[in-house]
Design a protein around this ligand. Structure first.
Ligand SMILES: *Cc1c(COP(=O)(O)O)cnc(C)c1O
Length: 470
């Protein structure tokens, strides 16, 4: 029965995809009652299935009602990329072929495209071609992968093979960063058994900027013992950067490992316009970025790069009698990262890089930077909106600050405005706390976004804000 349903099921998906994509540019982020639609999907496990065609009909009906049009051009929440046509097509092919990109013998295609994708990404980010890396599910696991290499190095400095012996008997691992450190880097440190609470941040202001002198004093106090530094290339509230060259100097001077979290900020290196923000990353020991943000490939995809790629297999290898041996020509790419059986996410990465090339990505990043500048200019024209930072890259924090509202009420007002924006759904972005104030942090990373979408963002905020103040 399923063999005969396959063709109509795929035809249905293709037809609905065409309709969905045709309206994606103008569609609201969600329909009314999208959360209720999600809750309605809660149902007991059926004894008898309905068959693929009926289920896909339901998924593309009721299921769609519960979705957010996150690939669309007006989603400025988190740092949410869209999906390029090449990446979408390639992602469908990835499921069609159902490659296990673990061992070469299961998928020469997936393994070779992963090698090619990593090499092309190093090129895009102007990182040394001798570096290596691995594709992961996202920046969290990329941080985990790179910090596992840092942990191995750190324990090695103490004469211990941490991957064989663990960390027992070793002193606590000093992990130092600025206030910009991302929650998932801290999470990765925790998952690696180094202790979330061991991450010490050195900040000189309420925004979280690095206090390099305090960091240097802490390194000095270690008296030559090794440490791990986490530099942040692109923090999530205002798109600001740690001074990576300073961190690299300190890492060299004190013999520390420098890891850089560049989940989206590493893309600054794709354009001469912004490359200075992320200068010095080439001096790091490891660096990561996300694919599902600025590369605009579907979830889930991230990249971990390391200066010395031979550090990864000793951490992530697994041996069993039935597992094939790897060699230079036939790598088992799954043995350089935390997952074993894994999706061939290299296919979409390769396809989008091949389709648009260096110039396509430079233009995409530059266009999104222009969106941030345009938003800043529109905010400055609106008397009731207050911009809280200059656009460094692609994120502009701002808040509603109308005349006649006492300062003490602004956090509450902006919290309610943030809720109103999400409920309205014409545009989408979240609230944060920046320099102690509740504000918004729209981010631009989607290839579909146009200037008119940025204008709509401002118009919606002003309209909903006026409604709340009234
Ligand atoms: C998004 C982000 C992460 C986490 O990425 P995931 O893809 O959600 O795992 C880590 N660091 C920074 C700076 C980010 O912006």
């Amino acid at each position: 029965m399923e063999r005969s349903e396959l063709e109509p099921t795929l035809a249905l998906v293709a037809e609905r995809a065409r309709a969905y994509l045709a309206t994606l540019d103008e569609a609201p982020l969600h329909g009314p009652g999208f959360e209720e639609a999600a809750w309605r999907l809660d149902a007991p496990f059926p004894d008898e299935g309905d068959g693929s065609l009926a289920v896909l009909e339901r998924l593309l009906g009721e299921g769609l009602d519960a979705s957010v049009a996150s690939a669309g051009p007006r989603n400025f929440h988190f740092v949410t990329g869209g999906v390029t046509p090449a990446a979408l097509g390639a992602d469908w092919v990835t499921s069609l072929l159902d490659q296990n990109s673990f061992a070469w013998i299961e998928s020469p295609l997936g393994a070779q495209l992963e090698r090619t994708a990593i090499a092309w990404l190093l090129d895009l980010f102007e990182l040394p071609s001798e570096w290596g890396g691995v594709l992961t599910t996202g920046a969290t696991m990329a941080n985990f992968t790179a910090l596992a290499a840092a942990r191995r190095w750190w324990a090695g400095r103490h004469g211990v093979d941490a991957d064989a012996e663990g960390l027992t008997g070793l002193p606590p691992v000093p992990v130092f960063s600025s206030g910009y450190v991302h929650a998932t880097a801290v999470k990765a440190v925790g998952m690696l058994g180094m202790g979330r609470g061991r991450v010490t941040t050195f900040t000189r202001d309420e925004v979280g900027r690095l206090d390099a002198e305090a960091l240097e004093r802490a390194l000095e106090e270690l008296g030559g013992a090794p440490a791990i530094l986490i530099g942040n290339a692109g923090e999530v509230n205002a798109g600001d950067f740690d001074p990576i060259p300073t961190l690299a100097d300190l890492a060299y001077a004190y013999g520390a490992w420098l890891h850089v979290d560049g989940a989206f900020g590493l893309f600054a290196r794709a354009t001469p316009e912004a490359a200075h923000l992320a200068e010095g990353v080439e001096r790091a020991d490891s660096v990561i970025a996300d694919g599902h943000k600025w590369l605009n490939v579907p979830y889930d995809c991230g990249f971990a790069f390391v200066r010395d790629p031979s550090q990864l297999p000793p951490i992530f290898h697994a041996t069993a009698a039935y597992l094939p041996e790897a060699d230079e020509e036939r790598p088992n790419v799954g043995l350089s990262g935390p997952e074993s059986s894994r999706r061939a996410r290299s296919i979409a990465v390769w396809a989008t890089l091949a389709a648009y090339g260096r110039r396509g990505y430079r233009e995409l990043v530059e266009r999104n930077l222009e969106h941030a500048r345009h938003l800043a200019a529109r905010l400055d024209e609106a008397p009731e909106l207050e911009r809280l930072a200059d656009p460094q890259l692609n994120i502009v924090p701002f808040r509603l600050r109308p005349d006649g509202i006492p300062d003490g009420e602004l956090d509450d007002l902006n919290t309610r405005l943030g809720e109103a924006v999400l409920a309205d759904g014409r545009v989408y972005f979240g609230t944060t706390r920046y320099a102690g104030q509740v504000c918004f942090r729209p981010a631009f990373v989607n290839w579909r976004t146009r200037e008119a979408d940025v204008d709509l963002l401002v118009d919606v905020v002003r309209e909903l804000g006026a409604g709340l103040v009234r």
